[in-house]
Ligand binder design. Sequence first.
Ligand code: ZN
Length: 139
Amino acid sequence: MKSFRKELWFQTSSRRAFINITSQVEKAIRESGIKEGLVLVNAMHITASVFINDQETGLHQDYEKWLEQLAPHAPISQYRHNDTGEDNADAHMKRQIMGREVVVALTKGRLDFGTWEQIFYGEFDGKRKKRVLIKIIGE
Ligand code: ZN
């Protein structure tokens, strides 16, 4: 069995963002030379997510609105986590519901996706450097 590891780095200009990282994952697959196996992609920070869904801007606006209703950023004093001097309790909660990682089957050198599936990085406390891990195992 072969294995391959790669980190992707992000620094968003806004506090929150959704970034389609599918092409970067496909590039890592080509670099790995692995054709059959599993691809793990995970956020390496507890205020960011990796998830799979549709590349559709209306949906991303819906996520933004829905997440802000579930865990509003302000007032920051509503969260005990922010008593530590941080202001990102909402980002921890948004990360929790959008998930840490995805695992995708690798078949004949390609992501074995459903019709509309794409991989996204979800940033909830940006404007600083953050990492995503890609790990590929197989043959
Ligand atoms: Zn925090």
